[in-house]
Design a protein around this ligand. Structure first.
Ligand SMILES: [Zn+2]
Length: 179
């Protein structure tokens, strides 16, 4: 936080705690404590304090910053890179899980590659997320159709139909909870 942001933040404390003293010394003290942190995190923590059990007490700076991540450390988190063991692509750590899910989806389609005229793994890795999700869900529907229409179903096919139903159900559940 900048010094001006800390000044404004102390105003906010003063508005809630009339006995809070704003002296140049207090400002220096708070500024030293808060300067390494993100303004939004600090305000959120203060809101928590206002709604918490100790809200009759003026919050202490060390309490506000406890468990918060310093801005400099956040940078490290965001810039941390990993290499995918499958395709050797260099990824941000935050992208990694989604990327691995993509590999899993492609592997699953590969098992049923008889449903494709051509199967271009490279291309499927490069499609943007939204487009891939749409494509994959449409394909799952086709697969489901294909499997359910089979007259003679093997045990593994019956189980697969069940897995697809679960997948579709959980997806629908997720969408409902977002709305
Ligand atoms: Zn990969």
């Amino acid at each position: 936080m900048t010094k001006q942001e800390v000044v404004t933040f102390l105003e906010r404390i003063k508005a809630n705690y009339q006995s809070f003293l704003q002296t140049p010394y207090v400002l220096e003290e708070w500024y030293n404590r808060l300067k390494d942190y993100d303004k939004e995190d600090v305000y959120k923590k203060f809101e928590e304090h206002l709604n918490g059990e100790l809200n009759s007490q003026i919050p202490k700076a060390h309490f506000i910053t406890r468990y918060l991540t310093k801005l400099s450390d956040k940078g490290k988190e965001n810039n941390y890179r990993v290499i995918c063991g499958n395709c050797k692509k260099v990824l941000l750590l935050s992208e990694y899980q989604k990327h691995m899910e993509r590999h899993n989806s492609i592997e699953y389609m590969k098992i049923h590659s008889y449903m494709f005229k051509t199967f271009d793994e490279e291309k499927m890795l490069k499609i943007p997320d939204d487009a891939f999700t749409t494509f994959y869900d449409q394909w799952i529907e086709k697969l489901y159709d294909h499997l359910t229409k089979k007259e003679e179903k093997s045990q593994s096919e019956i189980e697969e139909i069940q897995r697809i139903e679960n997948y579709v159900m959980s997806k629908a559940g997720m969408e409902i909870s977002i709305n």
